[in-house]
Design a protein around this ligand. Structure first.
Ligand code: ZN
Length: 122
């Protein structure tokens, strides 16, 4: 196994073991019912996602606070942000610090794509 970029080898091995235990438990709990397995798996994935990214409601409220704090201006291009919808996105300064007031800025989706490309993520 190659060494992961951001995780020690020991932690990667531990995480893989936990994942395998979860898979075994999901299989046992669902008893071969693929629909039950699907919903159990979705529930775990969804809630782990919220642990990392907060709930949609929490992100929506954070977006509203940032819109007010930034005076409706994109933190990158300094042009007005759209009032609603998915064209304005929260950008974390440090990904592992999560979606907090201190760690995010509100920017245009297009500006986000540009930043991601510059960071080499896209
Ligand atoms: Zn912008």
């Amino acid at each position: 196994m190659r060494k992961p970029k951001n995780l020690s080898y020991e932690n990667a091995v531990w995480a893989d073991e936990v994942l395998q235990q979860i898979r075994t438990q999901l299989r046992d709990r669902s008893g071969g019912d693929t629909l039950v397995l699907h919903h159990l798996r979705r529930r775990i994935v969804k809630n782990l996602g919220y642990d990392e990214k907060s709930t949609p409601y929490e992100r929506k409220k954070l977006k509203q606070r940032k819109m007010i704090e930034q005076g409706g201006i994109c933190a990158i291009c300094k042009n007005p942000l759209p009032e609603r919808g998915y064209l304005a996105v929260l950008d974390r300064e440090v990904a592992h610090l999560g979606y907090t007031d201190a760690n995010v800025r509100l920017i245009h989706r297009d500006c986000d794509i540009q930043v991601q490309e510059e960071r080499g993520f896209a």
